[in-house]
Design a protein around this ligand. Structure first.
Ligand code: ATP
Ligand code: MG
Length: 246
């Protein structure tokens, strides 16, 4: 890790860069993941690098959807594994949901390295892609899934997702909860619920919200109360206002 002083105004952003670079060096993150991270950074800059009300609204809806699902599964790629392994594992614990590795670029051994990385951070188990179960409507490597994981899931949590797979999962009748800093991406538009926030900020908030719902056994918002399109519109409005110094 480079020596970023905590007083640096871009401390969090620089720390995340270090984590992604480390992920590439460890063979967890694809080199292409650096580009995806850069795109995320640009949107985070425009969003103000804090969790905004449109993200909080989506987090509340996502917590309820995941809590009410019968078989939620958490899909893990090389970027999120490098950025937030502990928070992913915590989400798996609060939901009692499996983590499953699913990546686009299949450099040799990367899937296995992601699994080992998560196990090292305390994951009880990590499902791996198989050739026994395949998603329809998709041709890339991401179609290979685990029969007891994504294949059977009713709700899939897929942070930093690629639009193609999000579309395939939706066509298969699954709900998708995503975290994506770009409110204009195909993923953001196609997901059932899009949390427009940095995954490192959103994950702990999502875990906390699910815990609250579980403890209070409170009435959960129904899907009818939530409008993803309207939430994405608020995010875009916020971004366009940020150029005016608001
Ligand atoms: P799509 O395929 O959905 O149209 P894309 O091709 O533009 O999206 P991908 O490379 O497939 O982008 O996915 C990366 C996405 O993840 C980008 O939209 C980027 O903004 C987002 N992203 C990158 N880093 C983070 C992060 N730390 N937190 C949340 N989102 C992030
Ligand atoms: Mg894409």
């Amino acid at each position: 890790m480079s020596d970023v002083p905590k007083t640096h105004p871009r401390y969090l952003s620089l720390t995340l860069r270090d984590k992604i670079v480390e992920g590439v060096e460890q063979g967890i993150t694809s080199i292409h993941g650096l580009i995806a991270h850069g795109r995320g950074e640009a949107f985070d800059y425009l969003i103000g690098e804090v969790t905004q009300p449109f993200a909080i609204e989506a987090i509340h809806a996502a917590a309820a959807m995941l809590r009410l699902s019968n078989h939620p599964v958490i899909s893990v790629n090389g970027n999120v594994a490098a950025l937030a392994p502990e928070a992913l594992i915590e989400l798996g614990q609060v939901l009692n949901a499996p983590l499953e590795v699913n990546i686009f670029h299949t450099e040799t051994g990367r899937e296995k390295k992601i699994r080992e990385h998560l196990l090292k951070h305390g994951a009880p188990d990590v499902l791996m892609p198989t050739t026994e179960a395949q998603l329809s409507y998709i041709d890339s490597n991401r179609k290979f899934v685990h029969p007891e994981g994504i294949f059977r899931a009713d709700v899939v949590f897929v942070p930093l997702e690629d639009g193609d797979r999000c579309e395939a999962l939706r066509k298969m009748g699954k709900d998708v909860v995503t975290v994506d800093l770009n409110p204009m991406s195909r993923t953001a538009k196609q997901a059932s619920i899009t949390i427009v926030d940095n995954v490192v900020r959103a994950l702990p908030l999502l875990c906390e919200e699910i815990r609250k719902l579980s403890a209070a056994d409170m009435e959960m918002p129904t899907r009818k109360d939530y409008d993803n399109e309207a939430v994405l519109k608020s995010a875009l409005q916020h971004i366009s206002r940020s150029g005016n110094g608001n």
